[in-house]
Design a protein around this ligand. Structure first.
Ligand code: FES
Ligand SMILES: [Fe+2]
Length: 424
């Protein structure tokens, strides 16, 4: 992120904290609960947003060397992503051209070639069909036309993108829009993949997404966890087409007061969280990144009540080296922030940060989302209210609606004025 953007954002957050004001969307909106429970809508979303839409599937660190591979099974088409001998990121349908069997079964690993478990045909990690067992008996096979089916794949700004249809249009710059140069500046391609947590939960994929769309809940829901590390009621929010940038301050922002602006940095003073349409939440720092991918439950994607979230963590070599040198954990085993450490800056060990993130999302945020899902299904509520301090919720939901040709959310009407007879 450009220095001038960092300074502008930090100034805005300090202003909000000083003046005790928050971001303001200027209006409250009503979101019909049917959006979380309607099977016909879920079916349309699955088709439009997942089966026909490009997907951000990981970072360059997921395929760290030639021969690395990755299986992706989140949006219908089984995908085998590889880094070929030339270092190129490729994606194929993970399905043998003989009888369609899955050819790679481990979620990730290293392989120069893949051998089908059914009748032993083999493919290289460029997708080429190499070996056909007992070809004399089987009959001759035209290898050139029976390689793995290739999918559009692009690696850009350290991000891996795939289109699930062989003829699909994939242009990462189009997906990222005006955020593209900012993503280039983070250099996440240098970061190493560390770990992934998978949350299969009983909540609609949009409700899962909603938990990342406001910090209003920090003071209550996360009062013993993130609420100790971050200020919840201050937010710098900017939309970029269908995407957005959402920056909120950690308590470390206070250390900037009195420091010259050219020493200001968003790194240890804020969380920079991007939303990339339709299902990505991406928290980025120069030394670490967390990629959250949210899907309808792939086992029954048209069931609106279930979703699957993948939380993947990455860190730079520099961060991992620093961690080996010294213990920098400032949260204890109960996830309690120690504000006396390092001038109040939230400096975590990479591992502790991962644990806090995963357990907070699972045990705090998604529990709330699951209870909202049950209430929505009960039929007792017509709509939920998105506040003026929750602009990301306004943006997501209106974006989903716009993409499906539905009308935007309606505002909550202001308090009714009593009509005094004779007052005109
Ligand atoms: S299905 Fe793969 S070799 Fe027969
Ligand atoms: Fe939360």
């Amino acid at each position: 992120m450009q220095k001038r953007d960092q300074i502008r954002i930090l100034k805005e957050l300090l202003r909000q904290l000083d003046e005790k004001v928050n971001v303001d969307a200027g209006v409250q909106l009503k979101n019909p609960v049917d959006d979380y429970t309607d099977r016909a809508l879920a079916t349309e979303e699955w088709q439009r947003f997942f089966q026909e839409h490009p997907h951000f599937v990981g970072l360059s660190g997921d395929l760290p060397e030639t021969g690395s591979y990755l299986c992706i099974d989140d949006f219908g088409v089984p995908v085998l992503a590889t880094r070929d001998p030339e270092g190129r990121f490729r994606a194929f349908v993970n399905s043998c051209r003989h009888r369609g069997t899955r050819i790679a079964s481990e979620p990730r690993g290293r392989a120069e070639h893949f051998v089908c478990p059914f009748h032993n045909w083999s493919y290289s990690n460029t997708g080429a069909l190499r070996g056909v067992s007992r070809e004399r008996d089987f009959g001759s096979v035209d290898r050139a036309s029976l390689g793995l089916i290739e999918l559009p794949a692009e690696e850009r700004y350290g991000q891996l993108w795939v289109h699930p249809q062989p003829g699909g249009r994939l242009d990462v710059d189009t997906q990222l829009g005006d955020l593209a140069p900012e993503f280039a500046s983070w250099e996440v391609g240098q970061q190493r993949y560390l770990d992934e947590t998978v949350l299969a939960k009983r909540l609609n994929w949009k409700l899962a997404n909603d938990t990342f769309g406001e910090t209003y809940h920090f003071a209550r829901l996360h009062k013993d966890t993130l609420g100790r590390i971050f200020y919840g009621d201050a937010l710098d929010y900017q939309t970029f087409g269908r995407n957005h940038r959402f920056v909120f301050p950690s308590r470390g922002i206070d250390s900037l007061r009195g420091k010259p602006e050219d020493e200001w940095d968003v790194e240890n003073t804020t969380t920079v969280l991007y939303y990339i349409f339709p299902n990505i939440q991406f928290a980025v720092k120069r030394n670490s990144a967390t990629l959250v991918r949210i899907y309808p439950d792939p086992a029954d994607p048209c069931d609106p009540s279930r979703s699957l979230t993948r939380v993947s963590h990455y860190a730079s070599e520099a961060a991992l080296d620093a961690e080996r040198d010294t213990s920098r954990t400032v949260i204890d085993s109960n996830n309690v922030y120690d504000p006396t450490a390092r001038d109040g800056n939230a400096v975590f060990s990479v591992e502790a940060a991962m644990e806090v993130f995963d357990s907070t999302v699972e045990h705090e945020d998604y529990r709330m989302g699951e209870s909202t899902q049950r209430a929505a299904e009960s039929g007792a509520l017509d709509y939920l209210v998105f506040g003026r301090n929750e602009p990301a919720l306004h943006h997501y939901h209106n974006t989903f609606r716009e993409a499906l040709g539905r009308p935007p959310l309606e505002p909550v009407e202001g308090p009714r004025r009593e009509h005094t007879p004779g007052a005109g």
